[in-house]
Design a binder for this molecule. Sequence first.
Ligand SMILES: Nc1ncnc2c1ncn2[C@@H]1O[C@H](COP(=O)(O)OP(=O)(O)OP(=O)(O)O)[C@@H](O)[C@H]1O
Ligand SMILES: [Mg+2]
Length: 523
Amino acid sequence: MKTFNEFGLEPKVLRAITEMGFEESTPIQEKAMPIAMENRDLIGQAQTGTGKTAAFGIPLVNKIDVKEEKIVALIMCPTRELAIQVAEEIEKLGRFKGIRSLPIYGGQDIVKQIRALKKRPQIIIGTPGRLLDHINRKTIKLDDVQTVILDEADEMLDMGFMEDIQSILKLVPDERQTMLFSATMPVNIQRLAQQFLRNPEHVSVIPKQISAPLIDQSYIELHERQKFEALCRLIDMEAPELAIIFGRTKRRVDELAEALQKRGYTAEGLHGDLSQNQRDNVMRKFRDGSIDVLVATDVAARGLDVSGVTHVINFDLPQDPESYVHRIGRTGRAGKEGAAYTFVTPREIDHLYFIEKITRHKITRKPMPSLAEAIEGKQKMTAERILEVLQKDEHNEYKGLAIQLLEQHDSVHLLASALKLLTGDKKEVEIELTPEEPLRAKKRRPDVRSSGRRPSGPYGTAGGARRSEGGRSYDRDRSGSRPPRRDGGRDYNRGREGGRDYNRDRGFNRSTSSRSNEELVKN
Ligand SMILES: Nc1ncnc2c1ncn2[C@@H]1O[C@H](COP(=O)(O)OP(=O)(O)OP(=O)(O)O)[C@@H](O)[C@H]1O
Ligand SMILES: [Mg+2]
């Protein structure tokens, strides 16, 4: 892999990259950046968590003249959370150069946004709906835009943004560079590209399997009514640092978050019916580790990058293979490992096989975690917590009491009692969730089923087939009431090392290069 020195970037941009802890470029960055820097249109496709944001962000920041007082670049993203996250990455990349960027998304006070726009940002990162709103109010002008980037374009189309995107793109001067990035590339994206990109270079880093290789994928077959118990046991057994649990509907997410809170987990829900403030709050808490479990609809499936997410659990089977790939891609990012579990009811098992086939990745069957395993997992966590305190040598004020107790009691019994107390008895609150209908069996295209041939190109026909069936059902139904505040519970596991120090401990560089090379396939 190339180091970032080899791309001919400005020193100030290089410095920003170094400060972010990036040492070597990822495969998609290595392939896309030179093309982007030649100002050519491009379609970039690479696995989740492999640095697509910087692949377009670095050349963009490098290219922009800081003296510019107009909006010269536009980045479109499907969700508000993503707009914020991409804006943060752009902000970091452009810091030393003094690039001004601004996220613009629905749900945020428009007057505030108008005020921020007066500071003359050069880069706008926004969701299509709100962007259009500003364009109509004439608070955003696109006459000087030279670069447009569509991040997660297929998701934007799925969310019904096609018309908005078209209207926006028509207002941008033809003399521009357009780049489109995604982890998956269904047919409707290719159509959009044909319409709005000029002679795009296809840059794809797609290994045999589409999902990231560092994710250990398994499934558990169970009945709907067993899911919640299985979830709690799984969390206890695996003790995730941070986990994202995906539910099919908003109601499901609300109920699950509430149920987990009742059992003493620090969990909160995220879906499209929450106010922007609530959504921001939940994301902030999840990022800083004040909650360890995020329960979400597919609103969180795309692009979100939170370091420390060790587990993704599909409480409900995702609608389609693409959604599966994006959901599990929230873990195993930037060279780290992750685990993905999918709950499947007996009637949905074909659906799972379909996902397996399209993603060309084996999903290993695992048994339902037993109560014993769950208890063992919790006990192990308690022991780890104790050892942590021991190592930190922060227990001096308890020594006197310890000596006193040891004089009167047997040490094993004493420690066992302490362990029991710390582990805490599980709050056996009865939980009843509203059952979700099983996913209907997919109508597969005849060529996929009968001949076993895979669709043309990653997700080529599969994506198309699904869309003609009516697309997603998530986030459509009405949400229930807000779950109550969490009731404290597990405050251990605060070991997250914020920041970007994974390069050092896990060797992103190493693992990236070892899993790429021969896998660099060019379309
Ligand atoms: N060259 C690099 N070295 C180390 N870390 C990097 C590098 N490039 C990007 N990263 C980090 O890797 C993480 C994942 O990057 P990013 O969010 O851009 O992935 P993505 O490819 O867009 O994934 P998704 O398909 O899920 O949107 C981020 O935290 C990012 O800062
Ligand atoms: Mg991304």
